[in-house]
Structures are given as structure tokens and as C-alpha cells.
Design a protein around this ligand. Structure first.
Ligand code: ADP
Ligand code: MG
Length: 577
């Protein structure tokens, strides 16, 4: 039987869409305070917001009529028509937050409009309007949300531990505080002041308050003005990479969003030569573009963002971050005016070409197409493949192999070179489902530390896809029965697996293609090291394999694999021409 739901039930259902944890309430209320022009916002929570959330601001407040309207569905002061939706720059505009929150809590607003000498107090208990009375307070608004989910116990069951919910709330306020340095924030939890950020003109001062001085003093400032987009960013220098990915924030028109995959990719590429494997740059970036401009599109409630011309933007970000990272200046400011973009970019020192052709979702299978679509590289590769004749000259410093080939002398970094070879072979086999798997004669049984064991349990499929047949063997013990044959038998698989787990542990918020990165890790860990003495035969084999690669000139981390000297260069140097 079809039934029409009553209003209260509808309210409760739609409340769940806006509010599924205390964090959402805090965020909506703080955003309302910001929209009301507040310059000081205090957030108090008890029991991680489950018992109480109180947000007080000194914004413009509401008069009696607006107060009553504010808790009704689709009541908003922020837009009048559908057309406004694309141009609105306020944070909330659907008029849904207050009624949704009021439907599932003991709800209370006290507010006084600017210019008025008294205010109003409205209490609601689970959608039932309880009371409206005058309030002798001060300018601004205080919203109190008590016993959240008291009438929707199912929802409450899904909440995480108090610590987790509290951490989420603090992270959320920190994100807002990072971009709104013009506002005083205070966070109080169970009576204790956890943070107090004083308003400041300086973005870096606020970064220091929120993320700590250790980090802030290592950052470089960049400002890039482009006709389509203004970028301000604070980035770590090459000496100051981090072990974790926890200092990467992206704000678009003052809203914190997730880095799109292609953008994080472009940033990591720009850092490649500067950041050691497994380390991460700090990148706190503020983008501004006209909201009606279709170039950036932010979903109003989600954290996803879309750029119209991602390929163009990829290159722009790559160029500008790489330029900054590689310069010794403490800050760089670049202005690109309309019309002469190309020229300006090429005329300053930010003239770098990325190794990758940008693509939104770079997967293993795309990876090689990306490389081979680079026309210049393809041309050189052809030239290399034409001739098979080469002469092995020797190995120097137990690190480099020297090869003569086709009027050129190549100095090959043996580690980087082999990384490239293994990476391509491995990716090829995985991609074409031709992975050659070698059974272990005696299975390897090993035990991991608790946290590592969790990571491995969660990533068994990745390992299995890559040819490691791994199974749980009780507790934190695992059993390895096979491995990818191309790795050879004389490496320590436990060490490789451990290395990959460590990498995955750090990648909690990873936005990169996991499997591709894991292949890179494995290729690196199983390659000959600098210092390994090679037999002539091995060196020749390596050179041969490297020249046969699709992208022989860089290792998968982006570092060069070889240095080339042409016959002409030598002749010029020795003044023979
Ligand atoms: P939205 O923010 O999408 O408009 P809300 O339900 O969050 O919808 O709020 C409804 C209305 O209540 C807002 O449009 C605003 O006019 C008013 N309001 C909410 N919070 C405040 C506040 N802290 N100060 C002043 N006005 C507020
Ligand atoms: Mg709102």
C-alpha cells in the first residue's frame, strides 16, 4: 500500500541527508555564521557534539520574522531564484540545514539583529515548535543543538568513537580557519579550550596557528595571477618534505575541497626530483576564480571539484610549482595578463615541460599511452630502436654503465635504469594478464605487527593481482605461496611486502592510482642498487632492456636514467670541428 508520509517523517528522512554526524551540524552552523558576516565564532561541544553543539557568533543576526522562517524548509535569505545558484558565493543556500538539524535534536536559537536593542529566542524539540520569546542578549546569534539523533537512534548507532567524531570536528574547523584568517575562532570541548585562533591579515600566521610553527617556517610563498585563476600557495621546499600527506589543503573560492587526482599528480610530478620516494610535499593552496566562470565547478555540499580545461591547468600547476620548488627565492610572484599568456610563461624562468601528458584518471593502462603520446619522445625512441649495435664500455663508480651506441655515448644510472625496466615489464604483464607466477617450494610464513597486519589484510587483493599469493594464516600471521617470476628468486619478499605496507600506510588519503604506485615501489625495491658490482653480461642485458623500454629516459619516479653525450658534442669540446 502506498502511503503519503507525514511532514515530520519527511523531515527526519531528509535530515539524514544533510546531517549524518555531529561534524555536519558544526559545519553548517559555522558556515551560517560566516555567511552572517561574523568576525568572531566560538564552537563548543560536549561529548564530541553528541550531547551539545553550541555555535556563537557576532554576525548580523535575525529579526523575529526571519528567525521563525529560518527553521522552515527551503527558507533561505541567500538566493531568490534558480539563476542565483550559479553565481552565489555564500556557503549554504538551500535553506535546509536549520530545519534538518531541528528535526533531530533539542534545538535552540537566540539571535539579535544588528541595530536592534533586543532579540528573540526560539526553542524547538524534534520539529515541534516549542517556544518563541524575547531575549535580552547581545548582537549576533547563538545556536544550540542538544541530544543530536535523540529521536533517530539508528543514526546514532553508526557514529564512530568519541575520539574519531571529535577529531573530525576539529579538522573541519581547522580547514575553515586556514582560509578564514580574518575571523577569530575558539574551540571548546567538554569545558576545555582546545584552540583559539586570533584573526590576522597574514595567511602564514594563521597556518602557523593551525598547523604549527615547525611546518609554517619551512614553507615558501607563491602567488600566480592568471586571467582565469588566481593562485596563492604555500609549499614546502625541496629539503622539507614530510613523512605524511597531512599538509595538503586545497581551497577553491574559500571552500576546502579534495585535490582532484590530476592536480595532485601534477604537483607530485613537479616535486619529483626534489622529494625522496615515500615523502610528501606540503601544499596549501588557495584558488580564486569567478563563481559564474565555468572554469571551476564546486559541488555545493560535496568536496569534489571540476575544472573545465584540466589539461591546460595540469601544465600550468606543474610549471608554476616546479619553478618555485627549484628556485632559491623565498617567494615568487608571477603575473600573467590576458592575451599574452604563452609569451609570459615562456619568458620567465618557469619554463619546464612535464614528463606526463595530463589525463584526468591515470591508470596503469593509460600510463604508457600517456608516454607514447609525447611526440618528441616517440621520435627519439624510434631512432634508438633502429639500430641494435652497441658496445659495452664498462661500469664506473659501481654505479653507472657506459655504452656506445649509434654515435652516442650513454652513461646509465644502473639503479634508475633497472627500475624503469622492471616497472614497464611488470606493468605490461599486469595489464595484459600475462603475469608469470612462480610458486615457492616452501611457503614463507611471517608475522606482522598489528597495525601493519590490518593494512595487509585490506590490501590482499592488490598483492594477489600482482602475483603474490598471500593468505591470512591466523592472527597477524600470513603465508606467501607464490611471487611474480620477473622479480627473480633472490630477493627478500618479506622486505618487499613490508616496504609496500609502509607505503600504503602513509597513503591513507591517497588520491593516486594505488596499484601503479605499488608497482613502482616494488620495481624500486627489487632493482640493483648503486654500489652493486655488475658482471659485463648483466650490464649489457640491462642496457639492452632499457633501450627497449617505451620511456627509457626517466625512472618511474621521474628521475633521469641516463646521460647522453653525442659524437658532435665531443668533437666540439675537443675543437675538432
Ligand atoms: P541556508 O544557509 O542554506 O540559507 P539554513 O537552514 O542554514 O539555510 O539557514 C536558513 C537561514 O537562516 C539563512 O538563510 C539565514 O538567513 C538564517 N541564519 C541561519 N544562521 C544564521 C546566523 N548564525 N546568523 C544570521 N542568520 C542566520
Ligand atoms: Mg546554512
Amino acid at each position: 500500500m502506498i502511503k503519503i508520509l507525514d511532514d515530520k517523517t519527511i523531515d527526519k528522512i531528509s535530515a539524514g541527508e544533510v546531517v549524518d554526524r555531529p561534524l555536519n551540524v558544526v559545519k553548517e552552523l559555522v558556515e551560517n555564521s560566516l555567511d552572517a558576516g561574523a568576525t568572531s565564532i566560538s564552537i563548543e561541544i560536549e561529548k564530541s557534539g553528541k550531547k551539545l553543539i553550541r555555535v556563537s557568533d557576532n554576525g548580523h543576526g535575525m529579526n523575529k520574522e526571519d528567525l521563525v522562517l529560518s527553521v522552515q524548509r527551503h527558507a533561505t535569505s541567500k538566493i531568490d531564484t534558480f539563476d542565483d545558484l550559479s553565481t552565489t558565493i555564500t556557503l549554504g543556500f538551500r535553506g535546509e540545514a536549520l530545519p534538518s538539524i531541528a528535526a533531530i535534536s533539542i534545538f535552540d536559537i537566540k539571535t539579535q539583529e544588528t541595530g536592534s536593542d533586543s532579540g528573540w529566542h526560539l526553542s524547538i524539540e524534534g520539529s515541534k515548535q516549542a517556544n518563541l520569546q524575547p531575549w535580552a542578549g547581545s548582537g549576533g546569534t547563538i545556536v544550540e543543538v542538544k541530544n543530536l539523533f535523540f529521536n533517530t537512534p539508528v543514526r546514532e548507532k553508526f557514529l564512530k568513537s568519541d575520539t574519531t567524531e571529535k577529531a573530525k570536528i576539529i579538522n573541519c574547523i581547522d580547514e575553515i580557519a586556514l582560509v578564514r584568517n580574518d575571523i577569530d575562532f575558539k574551540i571548546i570541548s567538554d569545558g576545555k579550550t582546545l584552540a583559539q585562533y586570533q584573526k590576522t591579515d597574514s595567511k602564514i600566521k594563521r597556518i602557523e596557528d593551525v598547523l604549527g610553527r615547525d611546518l609554517s617556517k619551512k614553507l615558501k610563498y607563491i602567488n600566480f595571477n592568471h586571467p582565469k585563476i588566481d593562485i596563492e600557495a604555500f609549499v614546502s621546499t625541496r629539503e622539507n618534505s614530510l613523512a605524511q600527506r597531512n599538509a595538503q589543503y586545497l581551497f577553491v573560492n574559500s571552500r576546502c575541497v579534495n585535490y582532484p587526482k590530476w592536480l595532485i599528480h601534477s604537483i607530485y610530478q613537479a616535486y619529483k626530483q626534489a622529494t625522496p620516494i615515500g615523502r610528501h610535499p606540503a601544499v596549501i593552496m588557495f584558488l580564486k576564480s569567478n563563481p559564474s566562470d565555468i572554469d571551476i565547478n564546486v559541488h555545493p555540499t560535496k568536496r569534489e571539484i571540476k575544472f573545465a580545461k584540466e589539461n591546460e591547468m595540469y601544465e600550468l600547476f606543474y610549471t608554476f610549482i616546479k619553478g618555485t620548488v627549484e628556485s632559491d627565492e623565498p617567494s615568487s610572484i608571477v603575473n600573467v595578463k590576458s592575451g599574452d599568456e604563452k609569451e609570459q610563461i615562456n619568458n620567465n624562468r618557469y619554463n619546464y615541460k612535464p614528463n606526463y601528458i595530463p589525463n584526468r584518471d591515470v591508470s596503469v593502462s593509460d600510463y604508457k599511452n600517456l608516454y607514447s603520446s609525447n611526440i618528441g619522445q616517440a621520435h627519439i625512441q624510434e631512432e634508438l630502436l633502429q639500430s641494435d649495435e652497441y658496445k659495452f664500455i664498462g661500469q664506473i663508480f659501481s654505479m653507472y654503465i657506459i655504452v656506445e651506441r649509434y654515435n652516442m655515448c650513454y652513461i646509465i644510472d644502473q639503479h634508475a635504469g633497472q627500475e624503469r625496466v622492471k616497472y614497464e615489464m611488470f606493468s605490461d604483464e599486469v595489464q595484459n594478464n600475462t603475469l608469470d607466477i612462480q610458486q615457492l617450494l616452501i611457503p614463507d610464513v611471517f608475522e606482522l605487527q598489528g597495525s601493519k597486519s590490518i593494512v595487509l589484510k585490506n590490501s590482499l587483493t592488490i598483492f594477489n593481482k600482482l602475483g603474490f599469493t598471500l593468505e591470512e594464516f591466523g592472527g597477524n600471521t600470513f603465508r606467501l605461496t607464490s611471487y611474480p617470476a620477473l622479480l627473480g628468486g633472490d630477493v627478500s619478499f618479506i622486505e618487499i611486502i613490508n616496504g609496500v605496507i609502509e607505503f600504503l600506510e602513509e597513503e591513507k588519503s591517497a588520491q593516486v592510482q594505488e596499484i601503479q604506485e605499488v608497482i613502482i615501489q616494488i620495481a624500486c625495491k627489487t632493482s640493483i642498487k648503486a654500489g652493486d658490482i655488475l658482471l659485463d653480461k648483466q650490464a649489457v642485458q640491462l642496457a639492452k632492456e632499457l633501450f627497449a623500454c617505451k620511456m627509457p629516459y626517466t625512472c618511474p619516479h621521474g628521475r633521469p636514467t641516463m646521460y647522453k653525450i653525442t659524437r658532435e658534442e665531443l668533437e666540439k669540446f675537443f675543437k675538432r670541428t
